[in-house]
Design a protein. Structure first.
Length: 178
């Protein structure tokens, strides 16, 4: 594997005290929590069938009490399809790149923490021509294990709003590690 060409961020991506999530983020959070499911306004994005066989980029656990715990408390696994792997390694995210954010409940038992139920599955699909308003990325999310209950209602605007902090890496937080 190519070595990671850029420096690791010094803190977790969620720890950004210099920039609090903007108020527009919270309606999204509420929608995720309530499981709202109106139709997406943008080009429909396909459920990323088979993503569990893709490359695992990273895992992060977000604990209760974090400013984003509602709705992001739990275990985060990030997966990338082959073109997206190149992007997480510092290359270009070519059209067709797909990234998956798999959010699972964290279940603590004794001194161990295990994966619980899936809370939601979020994806970003790169297609410059199709999603010019959101950095060339299409954003979508599905509630729990559902493949039909879509959560994004604003064409991805509120997802993109938070991801803009990562403009220097094409709006993607996760970096490849050796
Ligand atoms: C409040 C900020 C915030 C909002 C809102 C947000 N994200 Fe993210 N997203 C993150 C962070 C931080 C990560 C890094 C993952 C981790 O560390 O767990 C991430 C990671 C991702 C990833 C994996 C690729 C990457 O950038 O690392 C996808 C896919 C993703 N988010 C999709 C979405 C979708 C779809 C929405 C809207 C439904 C959304 N996100 C809304 C902060 C946000």
């Amino acid at each position: 594997m190519p070595r990671q060409p850029h420096a690791q961020s010094p803190s977790t991506p969620f720890h950004r005290p210099q920039r609090r999530p903007t108020p527009q983020v919270w309606p999204l959070a509420a929608a995720l929590v309530l499981g709202a499911s109106p139709l997406a306004a943008q080009d429909p994005i396909d459920y990323p069938e088979g993503y569990r066989g893709w490359a695992h980029v990273k895992t992060l656990t977000l604990h209760a009490g974090h400013v984003l715990a509602d709705p992001f408390e739990g275990i985060h696994h990030v997966y990338a399809n082959p073109p997206a792997v190149t992007g997480t390694q510092g290359g270009e995210f070519a059209d067709g790149s797909v990234l998956v954010f798999d959010l699972l409940a964290a279940v603590s038992e004794g001194e161990a923490t295990a994966e619980g139920k899936r809370k939601l599955l979020a994806v970003m699909v790169k297609h410059r021509g199709r999603y010019p308003a959101t950095g060339g990325w299409g954003f979508e999310a599905w509630a729990g294990d559902s493949r039909s209950e879509r959560l994004v209602t604003d064409g991805g605007a509120s997802c993109f709003d938070c991801h803009t902090s990562q403009a220097q890496s094409d709006y993607v937080f996760s970096r490849w590690r050796d």
